[in-house]
Design a protein around this ligand. Structure first.
Ligand code: ACO
Length: 360
């Protein structure tokens, strides 16, 4: 029995390799450093989906753009119906309306959906009319245009694209495992993605970046960092954006996102004061965690830099987990197809520790 399935191998995959000791992430044979900032989200989706869909086009930019138009036509009339839900719950409720098939078109719709629906939901929240997609744009550029109502600056588009690519796949994380479990039952791709969305929502997985900014706000200034962090740890709280089930060293995605933030800053974006505070809090947190848990290396994870990058790109904090979903959905779908191809139902066993019936 392994609590939390720690160190249990539950699948073979050709999709990604997470080396927690070397701090290395490989996506289909390519190290993350060669992908983030070099390939678009659509190119990485095509890379992940290779061999998993019959007739997969080499270039997915147009098919995904057309799927954005389909999603808009099918779901924009329903956006008002989820106005009373949180962004995340509204996105999930709308995505649940998509056809639940197993074909390439179903997968394309699921990749397009968060990119179309999140900006629409954010605009609705702000009392603005949602904006239709533009099939001539790339996914990241169109997402920001649908959010702002005007073409986005190249540096912001590049930063968002680098983010979507960086989080596209990451081994058998909780949401990906959830997607594979559902796929193994033979349910459709929408069902798999909905299960994954539920897993992603929790603060121990994809729900951490909003709280990372709450932490920076609460710390306030660099000279308060040591004291604030010590009090949090003394109260038994976890520091959001630190620690990982697999990595015992710094998460390589943190470096990829750090580099994307730096490029955005060089182009005049981002908030230098915020980034300086974040650097001070990160250093103080790492020192405090090393003292707090000397036997458990706890390093910076992807969520710390996710928070900084998505804030600099212009998303509010309640949109961070939905943007994560917009990137990770490509990986969930590839894993769902890979699992389905094994033809094997995922069904582990449990050890019964409840009361035993009295002997008759
Ligand atoms: N701050 C303080 N203590 C921590 C932290 C943290 N961020 N992370 C782990 N610990 C402590 C735990 O309290 C635990 O101590 P204990 O043995 O005294 O109970 C010990 O380190 C081991 O922690 P586990 O939860 O058993 O380790 P696990 O591998 O399951 O945890 C996790 C990984 C859930 C990410 C954890 O590090 C955490 O809660 N981090 C904060 C939330 C976060 O940043 N989540 C995003 C992760 S990245 C992603 O999912 C995309």
């Amino acid at each position: 029995m392994s609590n939390g399935l720690e160190n249990v191998v539950a699948a073979e995959t050709v999709l990604s390799d997470v080396d927690g000791i070397a701090g290395r992430l490989v996506i289909r044979g390519l190290p993350l450093a060669l992908i983030a900032g070099h390939m678009s989200a659509e190119e990485v989706t095509a890379l992940l989906w290779q061999d998993f869909f019959e007739g997969l086009p080499r270039d997915l930019a147009r098919p995904i753009a057309r799927a954005r138009v389909f999603v808009w036509e099918a779901l924009s009339p329903h956006v008002a119906s989820v106005a009373d839900l949180s962004l995340f719950d509204g996105l999930r409720a709308l995505m649940a309306r998509l056809p639940d098939g197993n074909a390439l078109d179903d997968a394309l719709n699921l990749v397009a959906a968060p990119a179309v629906l999140l900006p629409a939901l954010l605009r609705q929240q702000r009392g603005l009319r949602p904006i239709a997609p533009d099939a001539d744009l790339g996914q990241a550029a169109d997402m920001l245009r649908m959010l702002d109502g005007r073409d986005a600056e190249r540096a912001r588009v590049a930063a968002l694209d680098a983010y979507l690519v960086t989080v596209a796949d990451h081994g058998l994380n909780a949401s990906t495992f959830a997607a594979r479990v559902v796929a193994s039952t033979g349910a459709g791709l929408t069902s798999s993605v909905l299960a994954a969305l539920g897993a992603l929502k929790g603060p121990l997985h994809g729900g951490a970046p909003g709280p990372v900014l709450d932490m920076l706000d609460a710390v306030g200034s660099a000279d308060q960092a040591d004291e604030w962090i010590a009090a949090e740890l003394a109260a038994g709280h976890r520091l959001m954006g630190f620690g990982h089930r697999i990595y015992r060293v710094r998460d390589p995605r943190a470096d990829a996102l750090g580099a994307a933030i730096e490029r955005l800053r060089e182009a005049g974006g981002g908030n230098s004061e915020r980034l300086a505070l974040a650097a001070a809090v990160e250093a103080a947190a790492l020192a405090a965690l090393a003292r707090h848990k000397p036997d458990r290396p706890l390093a910076t994870n992807v969520e710390f830099y996710t928070a900084l990058l998505l804030e600099a790109v212009g998303f509010p904090r309640d949109a961070f987990t939905p943007v994560f979903a917009a990137g990770r959905v490509s990986g969930w779908l590839a894993h769902a197809r890979e699992q389905l191809a094994t033809g094997k139902l995922i069904r582990p066993k449990s050890t019964y520790i409840g009361p035993v019936p009295l002997a008759a």
